[in-house]
Design a protein. Structure first.
Length: 349
């Protein structure tokens, strides 16, 4: 039987001393299958919970493993809250910032001093056109390729939604599930080291607030443009189907640099990216947040979803509540007759 999803769910430790939940897989990737088909009847997922305390010499091995973090900061009013996250980053990691003005550069450096960030940092001024993806793929290209693993983060505001808190909570979901604590980050690197077939680790897709309407179709207006760029990058396109919604949204992730080689080998120019003001959807930036798992697969790597134990608990409760409310509303329709989830879906369609 074909295996369609390997390591769809990866749960990592919330802090240095907390237990962790982690998915183990040992299968080799088969590029003739679609790892994004969530309807598969067989998934290789094994959960193992153990206690974990960061070894004192772990920072030495981390430097040996060559891991770095790249952060694009555009919104001046978010610099303070975003720099605070760097207290979670192991000192042995290098951190690079991209921003678009000298004023923001000074603000970043000010808060690096305020929070006494000890890891090695560098702030690079770039053109704002294309924002985070242009900065990573043009100015950051040679820097990323120096490292075996890297994390990519950027700030975010939900201008297209009714409430600013919706966009803010999306950014929190992304950052919290990627750099929650030093122990969490250590586990990420350890997981890469022990699972050579994993190339990309992404936070879960968002489902709260007004994002809910996209939950079953996160392609939005980006599918055709994704196919166009996949061809430019010489990716296999037959597995990029509108039937299967993207598993990567938000442009925040951990990656094995080798897994995204097809992106970094392409000679991007600023004209490839949208001018300011940044459109709310349909641009190459929105394509790349969706296409990166397919880039990794093209290099022979799987993608896994990571989240903290804390977030997993909250998300489980939210999903259970949403399902319960859906069932309650459905039962008011006397024409719906079902005894299982499959029958319920058939009745709706």
């Amino acid at each position: 039987m074909k295996i369609y999803i390997i390591a769809l769910l990866l749960l990592l430790a919330c802090s240095n001393k907390e237990g962790r939940t982690i998915v183990h897989t040992s299968e080799k990737i088969d590029l003739s299958i679609n790892q994004y088909d969530s309807s598969s009847s067989k998934k290789i997922i094994m959960i193992d919970q153990i206690d974990f305390k960061v070894p004192k010499k772990f920072n030495i091995s981390m430097r040996k493993n060559n891991a770095a973090i790249f952060i694009y900061l555009y919104y001046k009013d978010q610099i303070n809250e975003n720099i605070r996250y760097l207290k979670n980053i192991p000192r042995a990691m290098d951190v690079y910032f991209f921003t678009d003005t000298k004023e923001k550069k000074k603000e970043i450096e000010k808060f690096l001093h305020v929070y006494r960030i000890k890891c090695k940092t560098k702030v690079i001024i770039v053109c704002s056109r294309g924002r985070e993806w242009a900065a990573l793929l043009i100015e950051g290209k040679q820097l990323v390729l120096k490292y075996k693993y890297f994390c990519f983060l950027h700030d975010k505001k939900g201008h297209s939604f009714e409430y600013p808190t919706v966009g803010s909570s999306f950014k929190t979901l992304l950052w919290e599930n990627v750099i929650y604590s030093r122990g969490y980050i250590n586990r990420v690197i350890e997981y890469f080291e022990k699972n050579n077939h994993i190339g990309l680790l992404v936070p879960p897709v968002i489902k709260h607030g007004t994002y809910f309407r996209f939950y079953n179709n996160f392609w939005t207006t980006c599918y055709d443009e994704t196919i166009t760029w996949a061809k430019r990058l010489k990716l296999e396109t037959k597995y990029i189907s509108e039937v299967y919604t993207p598993i990567s949204i938000g442009s925040v992730f951990w990656a094995r640099s080798e897994a995204l080689k097809d992106l970094f080998q392409y000679n991007f120019e600023r004209k490839d990216f949208p001018e300011e003001p940044m459109p709310i959807d349909g641009t190459v930036n929105h394509v790349f947040e969706r296409i990166i798992p397919y880039v990794a697969q093209n290099q022979g790597f799987y993608t896994a979803i990571i989240m903290t134990k804390k977030f997993a608990e909250v998300d489980w409760n939210i999903c259970s509540n949403m399902l319960r409310k859906t069932m309650s509303a459905s039962q008011k329709n006397k024409n719906l007759v079902f005894s299982s989830f499959e029958e319920y879906v058939r009745e709706l369609t």
